[in-house]
Design a protein around this ligand. Sequence first.
Ligand SMILES: Cc1ncc(COP(=O)(O)O)c(C=O)c1O
Length: 434
Amino acid sequence: MEKGKVDLTIEKLEFDFGENAENFNAALFLDCEIPDFKQRAKSFSTQIKKLVDNGFIFRKVHGPITKFTMVEDPQTSQIRPLMMLGSNNYLDLAIEPHVKNKTIEAIEKFGTGCGGPALLNGYTSIHKELEQKIAKSKGMEDALIFSSGYSANVGWPSALLTDDDFLVYDIQSHGSLFDGIKLGNFKSVPFLHNDSKSLEGRLKKIRIDHPKSNIIVCVEGVYSMDGDIAPLDEFKLVCEKYNCLLCIDDAHGTGVMGHNGHGTQEHFNLQGKVEICMGTFSKSLTATGGYIASSEDIINYLRIYANSYIYSATVAPSIIATALGALEFIEKNPHRVKALHDNTQYFVKKLNSLGFDVKSESAIIPIFIRKDVSIRDLVSRFHQEGIFINGIEYPSVPRAKQRLRLSMMATFTKAELDEGLKVFEKIGKEFDLI
Ligand SMILES: Cc1ncc(COP(=O)(O)O)c(C=O)c1O
């Protein structure tokens, strides 16, 4: 198979991946059929400006991302607080005094940036402390920190897998994993979303021809577009049966899933049983940076073989301190995680009673919108009515599954949620959604 190409041939006739199979290129978002680069860029630029002017993307934020965030209206330039239902800052930790103080203290101690990768001069005592804390929370021996979750996913597959090895992954995986696949020399095979039978079918076939190949199965704990969770217990059993390692991308599960917010492994009681845990500091932990937690041997191997780790400067110590402060806060305040679960369930229940057909197993609530409704107009109406919400379109999701993606925050009171629900009712009726 050609390097970096996704192999859809195994069981091709059995499964229809639909548009998901081509969902790797954000540029599909706009019309990009024009062959001449300058003309194409001009066309892109015009289209992008329109989307920015309508407030669909790149809305300007003028304060911390918190439950009511100061956002500029792109048409009137007015800055006002919007109810934030469009951020991954699920636990509302960006304004938490412990997290802020920890960050400020780190600037006093370490200054600002490191000016280099961890391998050379960038590995501070606070990087080590965060690695150990992450490893412990995932039940793993060790961890290493990448400059982002994206670069973790781009880095680990090609470092760990070569030639006759296989990466078998859920077809709804994040774009960063698809880019990791493009960089690799290994073979990659998708399976149907959250379907352990489809996974087993793939592994059975691969094992017949490649009994000795290394196989890593990669799934997400919580899927960023649907908010549904992987049946990790079933996947673990299948992986054991076919002698594969399991990797979980828990970007949206960390700080959200499990009583202590340790993630989807905790939710399934599989702490320490998933061999490779990938995650990011950019969501619940309110910082930036990504990580892999695993055995000491795998981590040491990645420290040398993951190009995106070696050839990229590390995360600034102050940002590392932010993530550390956030983890400390969650450890001492598990009720914040519970409040997130409660708020999500409350909102889902109320939306259902208004007539919206929604569900969620995490803090992400997708509201699917019929094809004939403009998702861009909807986002704009919510903005006018004081709510920040994201619209998700093709190619991030299949065309028939455009949606509003609502991300809950733990700190909303029920009264605040009820006020928000009035807007959902008003706009729902206006657009004939309920
Ligand atoms: C599932 C998943 N994996 C990885 C990433 C990349 O993380 P980061 O934002 O830290 O680059 C994201 C972020 O959108 C994600 O949703």
